[in-house]
Design a binder for this molecule. Structure first.
Ligand SMILES: [Zn+2]
Length: 173
């Protein structure tokens, strides 16, 4: 029997997974995994999550490069959740912090940032998420600009010729 057959998935086919940094024992994040994500994570040795918005599995850190290499995996006493101890590359949180739990809170909901940013999310996600379409777009604009420049040049030459001719005709007449 495979591990996934023993786990208690919820009605959506998901199970919570705690991700913990192997070196520092810091809790990095909590995510939900389906069967495919668990199997893929075991096969690849890296954390994979199922992104419903994309309708596919994606490696954690696909955009940022902040992947999580699995060191060991644990299951709780009732097969209700998993614990992955990982080697965290750079930082786990998309906000740029090492762990998603960088906000200390009290009962009133007051929040205090208790960690230092490892990276600026704008540098990581702003660039990497937008760069493929931006490159394409800027290429498109460049091509369009070239067409306009060429057209403009052609137009200028035509106009110059036209006016020269017109001018000469006027002078001649
Ligand atoms: Zn986070």
């Amino acid at each position: 029997m495979a591990l996934v057959d023993e786990l208690n998935f919820n009605e959506k086919g998901l199970i919570p997974a705690i991700i913990q940094d192997d070196k520092t024992s810091k809790v990095l994040t909590l995510c939900y995994m389906n069967k495919d994500a668990i199997e893929k994570s075991f096969d690849e040795g890296k954390i994979y999550v199922y992104r419903r918005s994309l309708g596919r599995l994606m490696i954690k850190g696909e955009t940022s490069g902040c992947i999580q290499e699995i060191r060991s995996v644990y299951v709780d006493c009732a097969n209700n959740s998993l614990l992955f101890k990982v080697d965290q590359h750079r930082a786990a949180c998309h906000e740029g912090y090492f762990t998603c739990y960088y906000l200390k809170v009290d009962k009133k909901g007051n929040k205090e940032i208790v960690d230092q940013k490892v990276f600026d999310p704008k540098d990581v996600y702003g660039k990497e998420e937008n760069s493929p379409p931006l490159v394409t777009k800027s290429d498109q604009w460049r091509d369009l600009a070239k067409i306009f420049i060429n057209f403009g040049g052609l137009l200028a030459i035509s106009m110059k010729k036209f006016f020269n001719v017109t001018f000469r005709l006027n002078v001649d007449s």
